[in-house]
Design a protein around this ligand. Structure first.
Ligand code: FES
Length: 364
């Protein structure tokens, strides 16, 4: 029997099958997927799960990349404990095997299709927990594309904080002639200066002069903090790499930039009324609000709507919807492609209404 999904915001209860620490502050959580949900939970390498739980009466939801490969028939996410992080602290300190966590079906665009006949070269840059989707991507392509190669540049603070080291080394042993890893450490000095410190312009020059041929690389995957993503992406674009070869997944955005822009827009539209209509799951709701005062998602949640969202940071695109009528001003967008923007899609967690009438549809 196939369970029908009635709304994009639907969560499913999943039992924790196993827990394993990959470092002192990072736990790998595997879920049991009931057989009637396996089809819904089918995923692509590089996708993520949005998890939800209740902590001290507060609903907390976060998105975590699947580090397992679709070929494993396993659903495992890596959760690194972050300072003050409610979900990540709970997962690392309190979560037990057998507990129930709610999850949305896998989502995300950080992948490219497998081509079993292809002979392709992939180059990956990951920092910290940015390795989690990368592990899934690398394993899947190396296994299913017997002629393809991977080079991974992986940045961590210290050797002891390298997440998924065992899994990466096992892949290196299995695909010795097609997979190379370069570990960079930022808080531990080693004898090879090139491998000390963050990735910068100089290191990128060395990488693309001596280790990788930029023109013979078919896909670039980048996952980590904003600064690393911008640096690497801009470097590749400057070297005339076509943007459809560059895939990136951002772990965290600069909240200060977001807050400043929001303040300016709120000031510009102060006192102007917006009649907002939201359509989701075949139902619609109406809200009257001030233009620019709040984003569409938060305004709707404050009015008891049940809408899909995860990161609230403009990254995951879980909150994507279409503007049917009216205008919005988006603060950040790391989740939508230019053709989606052109077609009228927005990230509702980033969209401030800037017209008298606004109709948003989550169903199209
Ligand atoms: S909730 Fe992630 S982009 Fe809006």
């Amino acid at each position: 029997m196939l369970t029908m999904i009635s709304s994009k915001s639907q969560f499913f209860p999943l039992k924790v099958k196993s827990l394993r620490n990959t470092t002192e502050d990072c736990v790998l959580v595997s879920f049991d997927i009931p057989s009637d949900l396996k089809k819904n939970f089918k995923f692509k390498q590089g996708q993520y799960l949005t998890l939800r739980t209740n902590l001290k009466g507060e609903e907390v939801r976060r998105s975590y990349s699947l580090c397992s490969s679709p070929i494993d028939n396993e659903w495992t996410v890596g959760i690194k404990k972050v300072e003050g992080g409610k979900f990540s602290t709970f997962a690392n300190e309190t979560l037990k095997v057998g507990d129930i966590i709610e999850a949305m079906i896998p989502e995300g665009n950080f992948w490219t299709a497998v081509n079993k006949e292809a002979q392709r070269n992939f180059v990956c840059f990951a920092a910290g927990s940015g390795i989690t989707p990368m592990c899934s991507i690398i394993k899947t392509h190396l296994t299913l594309e017997p002629k393809s190669t991977f080079k991974l540049f992986y940045i961590n603070q210290k050797a002891s904080t390298v997440i998924l080291k065992e899994e990466l080394e096992a892949l290196k042993n299995m695909f010795m002639d097609r997979f190379e890893i370069y570990y960079f450490l930022t808080k531990q000095q080693r004898n090879i200066p090139f491998l000390n410190g963050r990735i910068d312009q100089e290191k990128l020059d060395i990488i693309f002069k001596s280790i990788c041929d930029i023109n013979r690389t078919d896909h670039f995957f980048i996952c980590g903090p904003e600064t690393m993503i911008h640096l690497t992406k801009d470097y590749l674009i400057e070297k005339k790499v076509s943007t459809d070869k560059i895939h990136f997944e951002l772990f965290g955005t600069d909240q200060k930039v977001q807050a400043k822009k929001q303040e300016e827009i709120a000031k510009t539209f102060k006192g102007k009324r917006c009649d907002l209509t939201i359509i989701e799951g075949g139902k619609s709701m109406n809200i009257v609000m001030e233009q620019g005062a709040n984003n569409v998602l938060d305004e709707a949640l404050n009015n008891s709507a049940d809408l899909p969202f995860a990161c609230k940071g403009g990254v995951c695109a879980t909150c994507k919807a279409k503007v049917v009528e009216g205008n919005v001003n988006m603060l950040l967008n790391y989740g939508l492609e230019p053709d989606e923007i052109e077609a009228g899609y927005i990230l509702t967690c980033q969209a401030l209404p800037t017209s008298e009438k606004l109709i948003i549809d989550y169903d199209i």
